[in-house]
Design a binder for this molecule. Sequence first.
Ligand SMILES: Nc1nc2c(ncn2[C@@H]2O[C@H](COP(=O)(O)OP(=O)(O)OP(=O)(O)O)[C@@H](O)[C@H]2O)c(=O)[nH]1
Ligand SMILES: [Mg+2]
Length: 196
Amino acid sequence: MQYHEAKLLASAAERNQWPDSTLPELIFAGRSNAGKSTLINGLVNRKNLAFAGKTPGKTRLLNFFTVDGRIVFTDAPGYGYATSDKASAVQFSRLIDPYFRERKQLKGMVIVLDARRKPNEDDIAMVEYARAAKIGILAAFTKTDKLSRSAMIQNRNAAADILGINRNAFVPCSSVSRQGYEELWEKINQLAQQDL
Ligand SMILES: Nc1nc2c(ncn2[C@@H]2O[C@H](COP(=O)(O)OP(=O)(O)OP(=O)(O)O)[C@@H](O)[C@H]2O)c(=O)[nH]1
Ligand SMILES: [Mg+2]
């Protein structure tokens, strides 16, 4: 297991709270409870860097973490916890719109998808944000310990079709077995090194 130095750089509700950094940045986005925070913790081998397993939908901020002094991970609030809740949808887009439009060092998005669930409208909208920003897209397909390999592959292929993402951009991941973390790191590093 590789050692990574990671620390919280900033929590931002507004643009003026974004950290002043020139490091390449990747945003982790996904539905509430998909496993974003757990994945970030797993990638950096920390139990509680990102706030995992709290009441879903409670984190309303962009949380910026520096990793090894060379890359920034941004943990986005989970979306779609209460799809009927218009106010939180508006709040979410107010937070995320300017970030995708203006964050110059943003190199890619890791969309975190629960391997047991079909991507929904919110996931499609998230992929559209990344496309509009012309950044790379990776899909972390989480909780693979909870389904068989054949079911995982079937769900991955369906999810790839729904989202219009190449199957090769999907990385099956599990916080239980640490499946996928090394592969995801390789792909993250490739994205981070890419010139925009
Ligand atoms: N079995 C299993 N459980 C997981 C895995 N990843 C996450 N979980 C569990 O799923 C729940 C949600 O994980 P979080 O990391 O908090 O999800 P999140 O996407 O950050 O959620 P929000 O911050 O609310 O949007 C927690 O109870 C985790 O322990 C996994 O790979 N396998
Ligand atoms: Mg979280």
